[in-house]
Design a protein around this ligand. Structure first.
Ligand SMILES: *Cc1c(COP(=O)(O)O)cnc(C)c1O
Length: 383
C-alpha cells in the first residue's frame, strides 16, 4: 500500500537519523547547557563554512533574523525598504513593525523573485534598503540587485528562509550561496524549511565584521559586555538542543537538496508540454533547492476557481496541496494605511490566482510522485 502523502514528511526523515539525533539531544540534557551551550557555536561555525559567510549569528527564528538585520543597519522610522509583495508575511511585517515604510515591487512572472527593473523604478531619496526573497528555493537575481544597490548606495538583506544551500552563479562564473551575497542574509530553521529544526530557530549571515558585532549585540539585549547595554536590542537565541539537532541535519543538507531536486525533476517530466500547466522556471544563475514545487495553472478563464478546484480534487484523493500565498502583501489589511495598498500589481495578482504548490520533501517515493502527477493531469486534462 502507498504511504500517505504529506506536504512535508519530517517524521520519516527523522527516523533515518534518529540514533544520532537522540544521542545529541541526550548529551545536551546531560550537560544542562540549554542556552549558549557548545553546540550553538559549533553549529554556527559549521554553517559559516557551508555557506561561505564570514559570520553566522544564530537567533530564535527567521522573523527575528529579519528584524535584527534591519535594526543593525540603523534604519530610521520613515526610511523606505523595498521588498516583493509576493512573499511570506514575515518579510514585510518586520519593516512595518520597525516603523519603516514598506515599498512593494513586482516579481518576475517566471522566477517568482524580485524584478530588478521594478526595483530600480521604486527607488526614491528615502530608500535605504532592499530585501529580495529567494522564494520557493529559487534565487533572486542577486548580481543585478547588488549592482543597483551599489549605484544607489543601498543595503541589501537577503531573505534566505526558503533557499538555504542554493548556489548562485555570477556572470564571471564565480559561485556563492544565497544568503552570503548581500550585506546581510537571514534564514529560518522552522521545521518544514529545507534545514529544519525540531522547533523554532533562525540565523543571520554577514561578511562585515562591524555589522556582525552590531547584530550580536542587538540579538542579546543590546549588550556590549555583561550588564552594559549600549543600544535597544531584543532577546533572540537559538537554544542548544535545536543547535545540536541542526548540526547533524546540516551534514545531510546537500543530500536533502538532491532528493528535493529529484522529486522536482520527476514532476517536470510528467507535466512537460501540458497546455494548462507551467512548471517552475530554473534560471541559469540559480541552482533551485525546491523548498516548494509551485505550478502556475493557465486555464482559459477563471484561473483561481480552476486552481482551487484542483486543490479540492487532490484533497479528495488524499493529496495535500497549498496556495503560497493566497493574499499578497499589498492586499493585506495590516498594510491598509500604507501607500502600497492602493498600488496596482498585475504580475503579483496574476500569480496569486494561478499558483499551487505540490508536496515536495526528502521522503517522496516514486509511487507517490506518480500518483500525484497522474491526479494533477487527470484534473487539468478536463480543461
Ligand atoms: C519561514 C519564512 C520566514 C520566517 O521564518 P520563521 O522562522 O517562521 O520566523 C521569513 N521569510 C520567509 C520567506 C519564510 O518562508
Amino acid at each position: 500500500m502507498m504511504r500517505p502523502i504529506q506536504m512535508v514528511d519530517t517524521k520519516t526523515q527523522y527516523q533515518k537519523i534518529k540514533t544520532e539525533v537522540d544521542q545529541a539531544v541526550l548529551d545536551v540534557l546531560g550537560s544542562s547547557a540549554f542556552i549558549n551551550g557548545k553546540p550553538v557555536q559549533e553549529f554556527a561555525a559549521n554553517l559559516s563554512t557551508y555557506n561561505g559567510a564570514r559570520h553566522t549569528i544564530p537567533c530564535a527564528n527567521g522573523t527575528d533574523a529579519l528584524q535584527i538585520a534591519m535594526m543593525a543597519l540603523g534604519l530610521q522610522p520613515g526610511d523606505e525598504v523595498i521588498t516583493p509583495s509576493f512573499t511570506y508575511i514575515a518579510t514585510t511585517e518586520v519593516i512595518a513593525l520597525l516603523r519603516l515604510t514598506p515599498v512593494f515591487v513586482e516579481v518576475d512572472a517566471r522566477s517568482f523573485c524580485m524584478d530588478p527593473v521594478a526595483l530600480e523604478k521604486a527607488i526614491t531619496p528615502r530608500t535605504k534598503a532592499i530585501v529580495p526573497v529567494h522564494l520557493y528555493g529559487h534565487a533572486a537575481p542577486m548580481e543585478e540587485i547588488m549592482q543597483i544597490a551599489a549605484r544607489h548606495q543601498l543595503y541589501v538583506i537577503e531573505d534566505n528562509a526558503q533557499a538555504i544551500g542554493c548556489d548562485y552563479t555570477f556572470s564571471d562564473g564565480t559561485k556563492k550561496k544565497t544568503g552570503s551575497i548581500g550585506h546581510i542574509g537571514t534564514t529560518s530553521f522552522y521545521p518544514s524549511k529545507n534545514l529544519g529544526a525540531y522547533g523554532d530557530g533562525g540565523a543571520i549571515f554577514t561578511n562585515n565584521d562591524e555589522l556582525a558585532a552590531q547584530i550580536k549585540m542587538i540579538a542579546n539585549h543590546g549588550q556590549s559586555r555583561q550588564y552594559y547595554h549600549d543600544v535597544v536590542g531584543c532577546n533572540s537565541r537559538l537554544d542548544t538542543i535545536q543547535a545540536a539537532i541542526l548540526d547533524i541535519k546540516l551534514k545531510h543538507l546537500d543530500d536533502y537538496i538532491l532528493a528535493r531536486r529529484a522529486a522536482a525533476d520527476y514532476y517536470d517530466a510528467a507535466f512537460a508540454g501540458h497546455p494548462v500547466i507551467t512548471t517552475p522556471y530554473r534560471a541559469d544563475y540559480s541552482r533551485h533547492v525546491f523548498h516548494q514545487y509551485t505550478l502556475q495553472l493557465n486555464p482559459g478563464n477563471d484561473p483561481a476557481t480552476f486552481r482551487d478546484g484542483l486543490k479540492a480534487f487532490l484533497a479528495e484523493q488524499g493529496i495535500p496541496a497549498m496556495i503560497y500565498y493566497p493574499v499578497p502583501g499589498h492586499q493585506q489589511k495590516m498594510f491598509a494605511h500604507f501607500d502600497v495598498a492602493a498600488q496596482e500589481m498585475p504580475v503579483t495578482d496574476w500569480l496569486t490566482q494561478r499558483v499551487i504548490s505540490l508536496p515536495i520533501h526528502t521522503e517522496l517515493d516514486e509511487e507517490q510522485l506518480r500518483f500525484i502527477s497522474e491526479k494533477v493531469q487527470e484534473y487539468c486534462n478536463r480543461q
